[in-house]
Design a protein around this ligand. Structure first.
Ligand code: RIB
Ligand code: CA
Length: 317
């Protein structure tokens, strides 16, 4: 019995890959999507989600996409144009984003339309989930069997100052409320400790950009911007594709090894903001992935998306 996925996302380059992979995965159905600010503004993220899902599900009925929060619970809005591009889709220049109305119940609506128990996957800041927990915790506890979040970091290099990871850094208050809820028995954190190991090489992205297949070139334009960012910021000849790993472990948790930890979120104004640290026994219980079967994930990426154009050697071992 496979449970459908509900995804909350801030597309975003790696989110776009994750949405495509979830929409195409043969043995799971992507039931609905809620959207948040994060990598880009809410209106652009909603447009990007609709555009990416239309590409991924060309023959299927359109999927419902719900517009959520346009800023964090308390903190000022900060987006990641320098990482994901001015429109959130790398080098792509999509049509202008139609205006959207931010809501506090987008994630609840997405869970409701799924109509059955789901695996909830969050790929952006946790503002939408925090708002949903404030509005109707009973519905979430009755319908969400697992919450898998791309976010956090225990021992890898951070990407948002110090050890912090962007999704938690954007809205530390939301992250703390979500972890405290211990949804599905405790959030499963797919953080930088494991996502930094999932790297597509610069040569692979160049291969996509030059490929005769226009679909391959679309991914080349999406990822080229991301590779340039990683090269300039981290000297990496490739790009870390974080969000697809959260979908992979939502679909196949056996591809990872998670450790039960008590986790505290640093809610400082500046230094330390958004860092996730092993805390005290009174801190919320989360399950932090510490290891991953990269070969299995590479095979999944190739089988569901990149297989016609790339091979295992196009990902760092
Ligand atoms: O820190 C990486 C995370 O922040 C990813 O989900 C990326 O898409 C951004 O949202
Ligand atoms: Ca994301």
């Amino acid at each position: 019995m496979t449970l459908p996925l509900v995804i909350d996302t801030d597309p975003g380059i790696d989110d776009s890959l994750a949405l495509t992979l979830a929409a195409r995965s043969r043995d799971r159905s992507l039931a609905a999507v809620s959207v948040t600010y994060g990598n880009t503004t809410l209106d652009r993220a909603v447009r990007n989600a609709r555009l990416v899902l239309a590409r991924a599900r060309s023959s299927a009925a359109p999927l419902q996409v719900f517009a959520g929060a346009e800023r964090p619970l308390q903190r000022p809005l900060v987006t990641a144009k320098e990482t994901h591009g001015p429109e959130g889709l790398g080098d792509h220049e999509p049509p202008p984003a139609p205006p959207v109305t931010a809501t506090a119940t987008a994630l609840l609506e997405a869970v409701r339309v799924a109509g059955e128990p789901v695996v909830l996957v969050t790929l952006g800041p946790l503002t939408n989930l925090a708002l949903a927990l404030r509005h109707d915790p009973a519905l979430l506890r009755s319908r969400v069997t697992r919450h898998v979040a791309m976010g956090g970091n225990i021992a890898a290099a951070g990407n948002s100052g110090g050890l912090a990871e962007f999704n938690v850094w954007c809205d530390p208050e939301a992250a703390a409320e979500v972890f405290a809820a211990e949804l599905g028995g405790g959030t499963e954190l797919v953080g930088l400790d494991v996502t930094r190991r999932l790297v597509i090489t610069a040569a692979a992205v160049e291969k996509l950009a030059r490929h005769p297949d226009p679909d391959a070139r679309w991914y080349g334009r999406l990822l080229g911007f991301y590779v340039r960012f990683h090269q300039s910021q981290e000297g990496l000849a490739g790009a870390v594709i974080n969000d697809p790993l959260a979908v992979a472990l939502a679909l196949e948790p056996a591809w990872g090894r998670a450790e039960a930890l008590r986790l505290a979120v640093d809610r400082a104004a500046a230094t330390g903001r958004g860092e996730t640290r092993v805390g005290r026994p009174s801190d919320p219980g989360v399950r932090v992935y510490r290891d991953v079967d990269l070969g299995a994930v590479h095979d999944w990426l190739l089988g569901e998306l990149f297989g016609p154009w790339l091979t295992r050697s196009d990902f760092l071992p």
